[in-house]
Design a protein around this ligand. Structure first.
Ligand code: ZN
Length: 170
């Protein structure tokens, strides 16, 4: 989970199948986002279905994302509990800018752009991080990180080894 994934170059049927599988896995695991390395694929692509600050559900597919965050006076940190499908059962507070923008391409190679507020601001940052080899535990203080991994360990037995991949998708 700690290396940068490869750029998507071919927007082909194989990519479309991967994206469909990822969406199914995300819903089965009740996540709001999923990155390709979480299902063992080395490609810069993530999917999401996440509410924004207006409780509007925004869904999307982003390949080769470029993330933009607010600067200077516009930069406000939102500190809230964060979790990850690759670390089921464990949550910890993580401060992140409360606004984010992502541009990239969908699975057909068409340009896409999303503006994130509320939970979506966090989700777009979390998923883009995955594709560049950062997990959210890397972004919290060491003490919180230790607690996070301990929490996960306590419940890890409840999840199969390849979670969230092996979750029933029907
Ligand atoms: Zn995650």
């Amino acid at each position: 989970m700690h290396h940068e994934l490869a750029d998507v170059i071919e927007f082909d049927d194989e990519l479309a199948t991967l994206v469909a599988d990822m969406v199914a896995t995300m819903y089965a695991a009740e996540g709001v986002g999923l990155a390709a390395n979480q299902v063992g694929v080395d490609l810069k692509v993530f999917v999401f279905d996440c509410p924004d600050a207006d409780q509007q559900r925004i869904t999307g597919v982003v390949c080769n994302p470029v993330l933009r965050l607010p600067n200077g006076a516009d930069r406000q940190l939102d500190v809230a509990d964060e979790g990850c499908l690759s670390l089921p059962g464990a949550f910890t507070e993580c401060g992140r800018p409360d606004h984010s923008w992502v541009t990239g391409f969908d699975h057909l190679g068409e340009p896409v752009a999303f503006e994130g507020t509320g939970l979506l601001a966090r989700c777009l940052q979390h998923e883009t991080d995955h594709l560049f080899g950062t997990v959210f535990g890397d972004r919290v203080p060491e003490k919180a990180r230790k607690k996070l991994y301990k929490l996960h360990k306590q419940v890890a037995d409840e999840y199969q080894d390849d979670w969230p991949v092996g979750e029933e998708v029907d």
